[in-house]
Design a protein around this ligand. Sequence first.
Ligand code: 5AD
Ligand code: SF4
Length: 437
Amino acid sequence: MNVYDSARMADVLAPLGFCPVDSAEGADLVILNTCHIREKASEKVFSELGRLKPLKDRDGTMLAVAGCVAQAEGEAILARAPYVDVVLGPQAYHRLPELVARAARGAGTALDTDFPVDVKFDHLPAPATAQGVSAFLTVQEGCDKFCTFCVVPYTRGAEYSREPASVEAEARALVANGAVELTLLGQNVNAYHGRDETGAEIGLGALMRRLSRIDGLKRLRYTTSHPRDMDADLIAAHADTPAVMPYVHLPVQSGSDRILDAMNRGHTAEQYRDLVRRLRSARPDIALSSDFIVGFPGETDADFEATMALVAEIGFAAAYSFKYSPRPGTPAALIAAQVPEAVQDARLQRLQALLRDQQDAFNRALIGKTVPVLYAREGRHAGQLVGKTPWLQPVHAHASNAAAGQILETRILALAPNSLAGEICDTRFDSAERRSA
Ligand code: 5AD
Ligand code: SF4
């Protein structure tokens, strides 16, 4: 979501004459778009600010801190890094031009971390900053679920869904700018419930069916989902809408009912298993990825083994796993029974080894198969393009730039570090290549 937000900040600053550059060196304005989800992400902001300060002293570069660290720690930023010009939370991006102008007048640090009553999406211009073949689009923001470990409900605010018409208009603009694949974003994207032109409320499944009718839009994805909001219609969309990719990121966090309850997740491990069964029966080739937290306060060996058992049973194509990080202001940070770091480390290592094996097996199973790959950008070596399978695996293959933006049948040859090596075997592409030769 921060990648998407950064593109929208570029859009909103464009009328003032700003355009994105590759390096902070020589820039007029540097915006750090920040994440507050774990302590490590949050601490990085202050070290990065220290690194940027000499640029400001030398060239007068304006410095801004945006995103959730700004939202949660605005005052701390002003105290620890008073040389910062603008501090703005995620709900205030549309006010960036005004804040930058105020700071440029030398009026001191401009701080905006309110949750405004007006909706920022109504004030943002149409997306102009090219995101390329595969683009992000925020359809939902915020969260009302209050998992006991999580800062999101406090930093991103209450749950909000954009109207389908506004989402569709933005999707059309992105496709006109070269997007072939859209990833719909939201902290709780499958809680989406936008009101359409007839006044009816539609869910994420219906929204994707509507977007799938846009000419030139071939692939739809969404992230991040909550198991509780995975409704029958969304599951059905995986079966009835070919553009909806066979991949779901569905964080489970833990396989222990006791811990799931302490996390306030609102479901059991068995309910998660059942959901996976329903997704797999709707779309047998569906792949799942997930998020895990190890060492949540009070997690015992038995709780952790329940997580390992759940992973072993389900089989994930990919996963993100983290040590529990106490976040200020969240209920779990106040629980006395924090798990010692060494125990967290050992559990994380075991879990990640299992998840890595599963990811490896998942990728290996594709060797020798022919799959549609959406090519997006140049690879590291000359004459190479990188694309994605329907299951989000990166594939590199020899191809000219003519293949960028195309979905081409590709035979998977081997595993490569962090990707798959493939060979394009699509007849449409062969003839196009010959014509251009
Ligand atoms: N500690 C560790 N991991 C966390 N996450 C969210 N909050 C915390 C925390 N306090 C993880 C969850 C979530 C992902 C985005 O980040 O797994 O799904
Ligand atoms: Fe955080 Fe997700 Fe829980 Fe919301 S549902 S509180 S964003 S972990």
